[in-house]
Design a protein around this ligand. Structure first.
Ligand code: NDP
Ligand code: 2IT
Length: 450
């Protein structure tokens, strides 16, 4: 067994009930092993052993009452994984599937993503196994207040700054911010994704989706291509998917698919501004299901199958695939079909949306592939810009924030190319992992053993 295999085995044995965490650690190790191994300083300081162990994990009870007065108990978490380059930073996920292993994977990814943004942010993630679906606004408020009534003692603008993720958007951030302010008697930038009249940055709601498409533009540009008239499939219909679709449309691409956890819609004519506004209405205002799209516009709706399976089964041709729903949604079988049908670019709006064998297929076939920690970093980068504006007690304009976001996505792309270029292929996975790793590893080294 090689030293690398031994190390992976050590992580697997120590975290045997956390498959997603093992999956993302394995990918990082595969990418950075040679760089790590060539440095006696890294090895002597046991940087990798230290990196795969979270600095702190907080697990807590969240008790709340529904509208009928019945009491419910959920489990809340915050994984404070690494603070070498800045305060812990990362989203909160409210979804019934949330467990410790899932949040450890998300927090671990966030360390390298945040490092790539060029901004001073460490890695963290949190959430609860609470399902906001079907809950009234008042129930969501009571849950968020109960959640923050414990979390508040572990976070702060210079300690740990949470934000949104699946199931946590502007509404939830508002309720949590209100509770934090009340308990601490402080108006600070403790959360990002706030409303724009009370400290939120312009462009933060759009930033993950827009940033994803800016990253794709950079990839295509280097490959001598562009988005004009390209057929794009997007999964999900939440925050990331909506603004990815909007930016693809701005740049002349044609978005033909969206989804949610129930169904996939196919609109062969492509989305337009009115159609996208309707999607936003269905998902953000009504909090309804994407299948309602087909009640208003001519579209095929397939229930119980995700975008990638529908593409395979119906043999749909797409040029660009943007998975923007959840982890491991795109498997090898469906990736093979995408490639056969001529897809030349895949970029991850979601965190780790491809299974490991799906990623391997893309790399083997030299398909452009932007992994999440690079391609979806625009969201957290703009959160970093929100923290800066809060510290300055000042707001930048839309144009200013958008220009900074573009610049950051370009810089992430440049870092990936620097560390991931082979003769005729940019391996963005390797590039992103090495660039993200080096900054954090060197900071840990400079701060000594702690
Ligand atoms: P939202 O809650 O706004 O939307 C999530 C979308 O994905 C919904 O359409 C949801 O469907 C669908 N979805 C969620 N879970 C599943 C599942 N298990 N199976 C099928 N569909 C699912 O979340 P976001 O758009 O914010 O997040 C999407 C992805 O992007 C996540 O992986 C997140 O970690 C990542 N991300 C988010 C960032 C942000 O700034 N928000 C930043 C970087 C990455 P339904 O409505 O039916 O639940
Ligand atoms: O996965 C992510 O990068 C996010 N959910 C955004 C985190 C943030 O702090 O803005």
């Amino acid at each position: 067994m090689t030293e690398k295999e031994k190390f992976i085995k050590f992580v697997e044995e120590k975290n045997s009930t956390q498959p997603e965490f093992i999956q993302c650690v394995r990918e990082i190790i595969e990418s950075v092993w040679d760089v790590y191994n060539s440095s006696d300083k890294f090895k002597k300081a046991r940087i990798l052993e230290r990196m795969v162990e979270p600095e702190r994990i907080i697990i807590f009870r969240v008790s709340w009452q529904d509208d009928a007065g019945d009491v419910h108990v959920n489990r809340g978490y915050r994984v404070q994984f690494n603070s070498a380059i800045g305060p812990y930073k990362g989203g909160l996920r409210f979804h019934p599937s949330v467990n410790l292993g899932l949040l450890k994977f998300l927090a671990f990814e966030q360390i390298f993503k945040n490092s790539l943004t060029t901004l001073p942010m460490g890695g963290g993630k949190g959430g609860a196994d609470f399902d906001p679906k079907g809950k009234s606004d008042n129930e969501v408020m009571r849950f968020c207040h109960a959640f923050m009534s414990e979390l508040y003692r572990h976070i702060g603008p210079d300690t740990d700054v949470p934000a949104g993720d699946i199931g946590v958007g502007a509404r939830e951030i508002g309720y949590m911010f209100g509770k934090y302010k009340k308990i601490k008697n402080e108006f600070t930038g403790v959360l990002t994704g706030k409303g724009t009249t009370w400290g939120g940055s312009l462009i933060r709601p759009e930033a993950t989706g827009y940033g994803l498409v800016y990253f794709v533009e950079n990839m295509l540009d280097l490959a001598g291509k562009n988005l004009k008239d390209k057929i794009v499939a997007i999964s999900g219909s939440g925050n990331v998917a909506q603004y990815a679709a909007e930016k693809v449309m701005h740049l002349g691409g044609k978005v033909i698919m969206l989804s949610d956890s129930d169904s996939t819609i196919i609109d062969e004519k492509g989305l337009d501004t009115d159609k996208l506004e309707h999607v936003k209405y269905i998902k953000n205002v009504e909090r309804g299901r994407i299948k309602e799209y087909a009640d208003k516009y001519p579209a095929v709706c397939v229930t119980g199958k995700n975008v990638w399976r529908v593409i395979r089964e119906k043999n749909i041709k797409v040029d660009i695939a943007l998975p923007c729903a959840t982890q491991n949604e795109l498997n090898a079988e469906n990736t093979e079909a995408l490639i056969k049908n001529g897809c030349f670019c895949v970029a991850a709006g979601a965190n780790m949306p491809l299974t490991s064998d799906a990623v391997a297929l893309l790399r083997k076939n030299k398909i452009l592939y932007g992994p999440g920690k690079a391609a979806n970093a625009g969201g957290v980068a703009t959160s970093g810009l929100e923290m800066t504006q809060n510290s300055m007690r000042f707001n930048w304009t839309r144009e200013e924030v958008d220009a900074k976001l573009k610049e950051i996505m370009k810089s992430i792309h440049t870092q990936c190319v620097k560390y991931g270029s082979d003769e005729d292929y940019v391996d963005y996975v390797k590039g992103a992992n090495i660039a993200g790793f080096l900054k954090v590893a060197n900071a840990m080294l400079e701060q000594g053993v702690c």
